[in-house]
Design a protein around this ligand. Structure first.
Ligand code: FAD
Length: 491
């Protein structure tokens, strides 16, 4: 019988070795650590991981497993109820403790409480850390003591109250931190994460070209995450304010799937920006980028305090809003066949690479909820399934924001004009040409509203509207009036 002390480290949305408080502390306190990932989607309630999430997870787990192996450790994979699998690993290794970083989704928060209770009842120890957020949602409060509903005062308070400690180093693992014997592990393929089949189409097929390529900063995993962050800080950050709204440029960080899967932490991003900035005050671009990181904090703040954020409009009057059932239109929206090029380009980008530019998320969400009057929850479900970084907090808040029913939302009556959005944010048409190639030969002045182009221009560009590319599925100005009428009824 070994006298080694051993802890299980339960990996979840923290697929990294550096700045991982649970791993770091376990490696400091125990002689041996057993890294474990349990695949238990059935425990995630109404929001089991979506298809694109699973695709990313597969690659990120592989990267983490390889990284651990190269350091003399392993990643043990299990499938089944988390508690059962943890108990089985504890039993097989003689470990006496489980360490993990918090998850904030309401169902998992409750599940984790039960796991903790059972471990305690079994006489085992556990420790839970914050690895995903910069703030503690219970500690940042309004002056009257409740949660924040509006971002700006939240951000002001955050700036005053939150100290972001430096990130933790990667722990030393190696053979000396290995348990006496490794427990059984499933193969990654057993988790069946990459079968992205939708209606018989392997829609994740194109993901590999973008994400799993050998290009630095593209591949899922901790290494790729840091390469991309470094690239962004060195090249994009100084132009963030200027470029972040332009889907045709590489103007944002692409950190969302990385943060979602925990390949790096917000703390690492925060400090990387501070370091880049030096000792003086932050530039406007840096400040603006960190404020986006804080929007993520804000959405978790809301989710923490309002379990129903993913399913219930936070403005009560929306309970009476008459959404329309429009399955065919919804389907066309999903497939990028609305007849509005910027909307279609955004939806095809989402389908093609599992990520969509923020400006387009707002545009397509406005189109769905206001032009088509389809429930925001339906749009949120589709994003959930198709975004590699589909995230319960950000996605729910984003959709409530776009639909005008969230606490700090774009007012419902601000309805995006999809033609203007295209002209303003894709001024040369490069983005639309990339994702809607059937319109590629149209001159830029007609690209965002092809139905207004003279017949000979369409002819010259080889576009037969209604055949090569759809006519607009609704007339935007009529749709806008209809939406406002409905809004005025509930106002
Ligand atoms: C309808 C809708 C749905 C959305 N769904 C998601 C989602 O499922 N997952 C997700 O991570 N983000 C979501 N967002 C927020 C935002 O669009 C993405 O975080 C951003 O586009 C990701 O690209 P990036 O990492 O290059 O962003 P950057 O501009 O580089 O921002 C850096 C990081 O800040 C955070 N961030 C940026 N904007 C927001 C925002 N508006 N709200 C909250 N956090 C933000 C993200 O973590 C992002 O990775 C949604 C927004 C809308 C309007």
């Amino acid at each position: 019988m070994s006298d080694k002390t051993t802890a299980v480290v339960w990996f979840r949305h923290d697929l990294r070795l550096a700045d991982n408080p649970a791993l770091h502390t376990a490696a400091e306190k125990f002689d041996a650590v057993v890294p474990v990932f349990v695949w238990s989607p059935q425990e995630e309630g109404d929001w089991p991981p979506g298809g694109a999430h699973c695709w990313w997870l597969h690659h990120s787990l592989r990267a983490l497993g390889e990284d651990l192996r190269s350091r003399g450790s392993r990643l043990i994979l299990r499938t089944g109820p988390a508690l059962d699998e943890l108990q089985s690993v504890l039993h097989a290794t003689g470990a006496s403790a489980v360490y993990w970083n918090k998850r904030h989704e309401p169902v998992l928060f409750e599940r984790d409480k039960q796991v903790a209770q059972q471990l305690a009842d079994d006489g085992l120890s556990f420790a839970v850390y914050e690895g995903a957020l910069l703030h503690d949602p219970d500690r940042i409060q309004t002056t009257s003591g409740g949660p924040y509903h509006v971002f700006t005062p939240f951000w002001n308070k955050f700036r005053k109250k939150v100290e972001v400690p430096p990130p933790l180093d990667r722990p030393r693992l190696g053979e000396r931190k290995a348990p006496d014997s490794w427990p059984a592990s499933a193969d990654l393929a057993d988790l069946e994460l990459t079968s992205g089949d939708r209606d018989g189409v392997d829609w994740a097929e194109g993901f590999g070209n973008v994400w799993a390529s050998r290009q630095p900063g593209r591949a899922p995993g901790e290494k790729g995450a840091h390469q991309r962050l470094e690239h962004f800080i060195g090249n994009g950050l100084a132009r963030y304010d200027q470029d972040r709204d332009r889907p045709d440029l590489d103007g944002s960080s692409l950190m969302s799937p990385r943060l979602h899967h925990g390949e790096l932490s917000p703390r690492q991003i925060w400090h990387a920006v501070q370091e880049h900035s030096g000792s003086g005050p932050l530039s406007e671009d840096e400040e603006s980028f960190l404020s986006e990181i804080a929007w993520r904090e804000f959405s978790y703040h809301l989710l923490h305090h309002y379990d129903e954020l993913p399913t219930v409009s936070m403005r009560d009057k929306f309970a009476d809003f008459q959404w329309r059932s429009a399955p065919k239109r919804f389907e066309k929206w999903k497939r990028g066949q609305t007849g509005y090029p910027i909307v279609d380009a955004g939806m095809r980008q989402l389908w093609g690479i599992g990520w969509m530019h923020n400006r387009l998320r707002m545009t397509v969400a406005s189109f769905l909820t206001k032009d088509l009057l389809v429930r925001w929850e339906d749009g949120a479900r589709h994003f959930w399934d198709t975004l590699c970084g589909g995230n319960l907090a950000n996605n729910s808040m984003g959709w409530q924001w776009a639909a005008g029913c969230g606490p700090d939302a774009q007012p419902f009556f601000r309805i995006f004009n999809p033609v203007k959005q295209g002209k303003d944010y894709d001024p040369n048409g490069d983005f639309v040409r990339r994702w809607v190639p059937e319109l590629a030969d149209l001159p830029t002045e007609h690209l965002h509203a092809p139905w207004e182009a003279p017949a000979e221009v369409l002819d010259d560009a080889g576009v037969a509207l209604g055949e090569d590319y759809p006519e607009p599925m609704v007339d935007h100005s009529e749709a806008r009036d209809r939406a406002l009428e409905e809004y005025n009824r509930i106002k």
